[in-house]
Design a protein around this ligand. Structure first.
Ligand code: EPZ
Length: 431
């Protein structure tokens, strides 16, 4: 099992490139099942989640060719409609297969994705949307069974108790592209990754209006054709790198990201007083002395503050004088990084859906455990500001969503290396 050894170090300096967005590439990979023609995808990040999704596509019958790193040519001439448990359980985003299978095959059998540490991951809204498209949906033996022989467009309100659903929107939009009639989808997710998916579907011949707004109108067509598409940059990876620059008081240019994709995030950092220079396709964090200002932030669906950058901001606020309040409205349990940060010396208390962070606290390196993708990133960011060495176990969580994370950060001065857990001091190994 791999571990990261991270040593506290001074300011990071230099330029760091952002890769393709995992949360755009996953539904986009699933969307290649909507046509029997070849779809060429570029800027696909090399992550374990991508490998899982490609394995599932091949399982249902897709042919996948990788002519060069980051590029995939996918052709699904003949496919089956079943996504089995042994594959789906590895990655809950495989629920995105529902929409394309329903659209293309007029039936689907997809194992229900498991939950994960950040909280229950229900799919009731996905099912509600399919039923509104006149599909028969029933759940048995842990599978969603869909009979879409009578599929037809119609009005759908997709909002749930936490607002819109990202992969739910992706699923219903994909199903509606080949459903006869018109589908008016209200309370659709507006995340840039959903916009990217819709833009690719339009390239494939889909008719979608209102892209980027909470109301989408999809007019069903008979067939979709192949296309070429380059996946949008990963705004969450970019935000993580911005915080790496900020927490080390460095001078870091995050390249290959349009600042407008991170509106709420950058607004919050500006409020905290972080000096930044924004360009067409970069965000530069500038060195600063003294302390940033504490913040009060609530995570919300886009364009609100992204839940996927909640833990990373929390790490930064442990180094900021004053009281910060971070309220998690999307996944109530998304504070698994807090006990680990406390082990490093952070002063954080959890009050209901909020983390109350009292800064600035002196962090010291410690053996810690990664628990989910973004929590792992937060622990690494904190370790950059800590005195001494931090050993982070279970970094397979990180490998799901960050490509070559340690290499990219080491290239701008971070002291981070991937080792085997056998190289960890015996006394630090957690059973
Ligand atoms: C997507 O998950 C992302 N994953 C998540 O990123 C991200 O945190 C999340 O959107 C919110 O932005 C991918 O895109 C692959 P939701 P998704 O459906 O689609 C509730 C990461 O770290 N809900 O928008 O599963 C749900 O419980 C990952 O990259 C229902 O109640 O999230 C949550 O509270 C983590 N019923 C809220 O809606 C449903 O049917 C938002 O969930 C579906 C969701």
């Amino acid at each position: 099992m791999d571990v990261f050894k991270v040593s506290g170090n001074g300011p990071l300096h230099g330029q760091i490139e952002v890769g393709g967005a995992k949360n755009a590439a996953l539904p986009i990979l699933a969307a290649t099942l909507l046509t029997e023609e070849t779809v060429v995808l570029r800027n696909v990040p090399d992550l374990s989640d991508m490998r899982f999704m490609l394995e599932i596509l091949r399982h249902v019958g897709a042919e996948t060719v990788q002519p060069e790193p980051g590029t995939w040519e996918i052709t699904s001439k003949k496919i089956t409609h079943v996504a089995p448990y042994e594959l789906v359980r590895k990655m809950r985003a495989s629920v995105c297969l529902l929409g394309p299978l329903v659209a293309r095959m007029r039936k689907a059998e997809v194992s229900i994705p498991g939950g994960c540490v950040i909280g229950p991951r229900p799919i009731d809204l996905h099912i509600k949307g399919l039923k509104k498209l006149h599909c028969q949906v029933d759940i048995s033996n842990g599978y969603v069974h869909v009979d879409a022989s009578a599929i037809k467009g119609g009005p759908i309100f997709l909002g749930g108790r936490s607002g819109s659903t990202v992969t739910g929107t992706a699923n219903i939009v994909m199903a509606a592209t080949l459903a006869p009639g018109t589908t008016r989808l209200e309370c659709a997710a507006c995340e840039p990754e959903v916009v990217d998916l819709c833009q690719m579907l339009v390239k494939m011949g889909a008719k979608i209006e209102g892209i980027g707004s909470p109301e989408l109108v999809i007019t069903g067509v008979d067939k979709l054709h192949g296309c070429e598409h380059s996946v949008i940059a990963d705004r969450i990876e970019a935000g993580t790198f911005v915080i790496a620059g900020a927490i080390t008081r460095g001078d870091v240019t995050v390249k290959g990201i349009a600042p407008k994709l991170l509106g709420a995030f950058l607004d919050k950092l500006e409020e905290a007083g972080l000096p930044m220079e924004l360009g067409e396709d970069y965000i530069r964090v500038l060195p600063f002395t003294g302390s940033l200002k504490p913040v009060d932030v609530i995570t919300l669906p886009h364009p609100g503050y992204p839940t996927d950058l909640q833990a990373q901001l929390g790490a930064l606020m442990t180094q900021t004088e004053g009281l910060s309040i971070i309220t998690e409205r999307i996944y109530p349990n998304r504070f698994m990084h807090v006990p680990e940060l406390q082990r490093m010396g952070a002063d954080i208390s959890i009050e209901g859906p909020s983390a109350i962070i009292k800064g600035a606290s002196k962090l010291s390196g410690a053996p810690v455990m990664a628990s989910d993708l973004r929590a792992s990133a937060a622990l690494i960011l904190a370790a950059f500001a800590a005195e001494g060495d931090t050993w982070i176990q279970r970094i397979y969580h990180l490998d799901r969503g960050y490509e070559r994370f340690e290499h990219k950060l080491a290239a701008i001065g971070a002291k981070i290396e991937r080792l085997s857990d056998k190289e960890m001091p015996k006394e630090l190994l957690e059973e």
